[in-house]
Ligand binder design. Structure first.
Ligand SMILES: Nc1ncnc2c1ncn2[C@@H]1O[C@H](COP(=O)(O)OP(=O)(O)OP(=O)(O)O)[C@@H](O)[C@H]1O
Length: 228
C-alpha cells in the first residue's frame, strides 16, 4: 500500500471565461520514506499539487488516498486532525508567529492536537534540539536569522512525528550556505526517522538530492525519474 496516491487530479481555478486548469489529470504514488522533488517552471502547478496532496485544498475532480484511505468524504474537523498528525509543513515564507518565542511556535501543533502542557513542552524541546536551536528556545521568532527561522519551522514540522514533511521552496529565502544547512537537516531527518519528504523547488541541486523527481509542465506530469 502506498502512503499517498493521487488519481487523475484536476484543479480548475475561476469560472466562465476566466477559468483556468492548473492541474490536468495528475496521478502519482508516494511511498513511505521516499524523498520526492516536484519540479517545473513557474506557474506549472507545483504548489497547487502540493496543497492538494497535503489536503490543504480540494481538487475539482480526482481522488487522494492517504494510508489506503480515500480522503474526499472526510469532514473538515477530522481532516484538520489527520493533517496535524500526519503532515509537517515548511514554507519559504516561514509563517512563524513573530512575537512568540521559538518554544511557543514549536508547541503550537501540539496545542492544536490537544497534547497537555508538560508533554507539549518536552516534545517541543526535543524537536528544537533536533535542529540545534536549544540555546534560542526563549528567543522571539522575529529576533532570529533566516536560517534559524527555517530551523524553527522544521522543528514545528517535526514535533508531531509526521509521516510526511511537505516543503515548498524551503531554501528559497536563504543564502546558499544557509540553504545547504537547512537541506542537510531535512535529509538527515528523512534518513534517521524515515520521514517522507515532498519538496517543491526550482533548485536543481536540491531536486537532485531527492530520490525521485516529478516534473510538472502545464499542469501535467511530463517526467518522473529516480529510484521508483
Ligand atoms: N487562486 C488562484 N486563482 C486563479 N489562478 C490560480 C490560483 N492559484 C494558482 N493559480 C494559477 O495556477 C497556475 C499554477 O499555479 P501554482 O502556484 O501551482 O504554480 P507553481 O508551479 O507553484 O508556480 P511558482 O513556481 O511560481 O510558485 C498558475 O498559472 C497560477 O496563476
Amino acid at each position: 500500500m502506498s502512503l499517498l496516491t493521487t488519481q487523475d487530479i484536476v484543479r480548475t481555478y475561476g469560472k466562465g471565461s476566466s477559468q483556468f486548469q492548473a492541474l490536468r489529470g495528475v496521478s502519482l504514488q508516494i511511498e513511505q520514506g521516499e524523498s520526492v522533488a516536484i519540479v517545473g517552471k513557474s506557474g506549472s502547478g507545483k504548489s497547487t499539487l502540493m496543497h492538494i496532496m497535503a489536503l490543504l485544498d480540494q481538487p475539482t475532480s480526482g481522488t487522494i488516498t492517504l494510508n489506503g484511505q480515500p480522503t474526499q468524504n472526510i469532514k473538515a474537523k477530522a481532516l484538520n486532525k489527520i493533517r496535524n498528525q500526519t503532515f509537517g509543513f515548511v514554507f519559504q515564507q516561514f509563517f512563524l508567529n513573530a512575537k512568540d518565542s521559538v518554544l511557543e511556535n514549536v508547541m503550537l501543533p501540539l496545542k492544536i492536537g490537544g497534547v497537555t502542557g508538560r508533554e507539549r513542552k518536552a516534545k517541543a524541546l526535543e524537536a528544537i534540539a533536533a535542529v540545534g536551536l536549544s540555546d534560542k528556545k526563549n528567543n522571539r521568532a522575529s529576533d532570529l536569522s533566516g536560517g534559524q527561522k527555517q530551523r524553527v519551522c522544521i522543528a514545528r514540522a517535526l514535533v508531531n512525528n509526521p509521516q510526511i514533511i511537505f516543503a515548498d521552496e524551503p531554501t528559497g529565502n536563504l543564502d546558499s550556505n544557509t540553504g545547504t544547512m537547512i537541506e542537510d537537516i531535512l535529509f538527515n531527518l528523512h534518513q534517521k526517522h524515515n520521514i517522507t519528504l515532498i519538496i517543491v523547488t526550482h533548485d536543481d541541486d536540491l531536486a537532485a538530492k531527492c530520490q525521485r523527481q516529478i516534473q510538472i509542465k502545464d499542469g501535467q506530469i511530463v517526467a518522473a525519474e529516480g529510484a521508483n
